[in-house]
Design a protein around this ligand. Structure first.
Ligand code: SF4
Length: 338
């Protein structure tokens, strides 16, 4: 805790005790790096500064503010939770742990983080960073995601934060554990020489830092190929909206199809929007990874094609204002359309 007070990074959400601001930061930080989150969080807090503004915002605006962070169900859950807070807690973020846990999209990690950081309550949290630190310091074996090891980690984190409660330091304890994992006790090449708990660390003292935590092997990645078309009509570009209840629901995207290696580009483009290959030119290939999928999207450009189901033509200006699947926005950026 003393180390955290002295060495913590100056992050914008650490300058406030507002539970709403802390909640937004915690949800954004899931699966996303701090340096990526900072501008998103600052823009969000400028545009939707309170729970009520979030509850009342148009869903498209919320998605637009989230565009590029991925896992869009998180943004939808934020708005659903804000609506629930307005309806059942008069717009005040609830203080009771059980009430926080009852909100859509909030699990025990986020509930523990908000309750301890905003309200100073002795609620534990375990994320990947905390799990790594505790496994190494205590010499805990087993995959941190396994039932037994996970239970042991939560119990240990609970004991620690209870102990910190006596000094009114629940926030520092929880944030200190996370900060240690994020900046010193790194997955590979931890900076043990600078670690404040080195003398008490089982892994360091027993020379087995590289063996802990015992993370299970990741599932193999699968390659998938898509083809997408940038179809223009005059100044306008054709996009289609993704249906509800799928990944990236209600986002706009370039017309695209998943293809097999053997399918030719001309076949795909014709199926997509009756585009003839002779008048389409390849523009770029966008690569990205989602969970265990390595996705490669070949993008073609043409000024000829019919509209498609769920499709709409947008001006360049409109392209700036609507939520677009981020790797399709990259393709539009490559040819200077946005
Ligand atoms: Fe992690 Fe090394 Fe510190 Fe142990 S001594 S907690 S392994 S950084």
């Amino acid at each position: 805790m003393a180390w955290f007070r002295a060495c913590q990074r100056d992050l914008p959400w650490r300058r406030t005790r507002d539970p709403y601001a802390i909640w937004i930061s915690e949800i954004m930080l899931q699966q996303t790096q701090v340096k990526t989150v900072i501008p998103y969080w600052e823009r969000w807090m400028r545009e939707l500064p309170t729970i009520r503004t979030l509850a009342e915002a148009k869903p498209e605006r919320v998605l637009k503010l989230w565009e590029g962070l991925g896992y869009y169900s998180r943004a939808r859950n934020l708005q659903a939770a804000a609506t629930q807070i307005v309806n059942t807690h008069d717009g005040e973020f609830p203080r009771r742990y059980e009430d926080i846990l009852n909100l859509p999209g909030i699990g025990r990690y986020t509930a523990g983080a908000v309750a301890s950081i905003a309200f100073g309550q002795p609620t534990p949290l375990v994320d990947g960073n905390v799990a790594r630190v505790l496994c190494r310091v205590l010499g805990l074996r087993g995959d941190p995601k396994s039932k037994e090891t996970s239970a042991a980690l939560w119990e240990t984190a609970g004991g620690l934060v209870q102990a910190a409660h006596a000094n009114e330091a629940c926030s520092e304890l929880n944030q200190g554990l996370m900060e240690l994992g994020a900046t010193i006790c790194l997955p590979r090449g931890p900076l043990c020489a600078h670690c404040p708990v080195q003398s008490r660390c089982y892994a360091y003292q027993n020379n087995c830092v590289a063996e802990l935590p015992e993370v299970a092997a990741r599932p193999q990645t699968t390659a998938r190929i898509f083809r997408a078309a940038i179809i223009s009509s005059g100044e306008k570009i054709l996009l289609r909206q993704r249906p509800p209840d799928v990944v990236n629901a209600r986002f706009w995207e370039l017309p695209n199809l998943e293809v097999t290696v053997s399918e030719s580009a001309s076949e795909t483009l014709y199926k997509l929007a009756r585009v003839k290959m002779e008048i389409a030119k390849p523009v770029c290939v966008i690569k990205h990874t989602i969970t265990r999928y390595r996705i490669q999207t070949e993008v073609y450009e043409t000024n000829s094609g019919t509209s498609i189901s769920g499709g709409n033509f947008f001006t360049r200006r409109e392209l700036h204002d609507i939520p677009i699947v981020s790797f399709h926005r990259k393709a539009l950026q490559k040819i200077g359309l946005v």
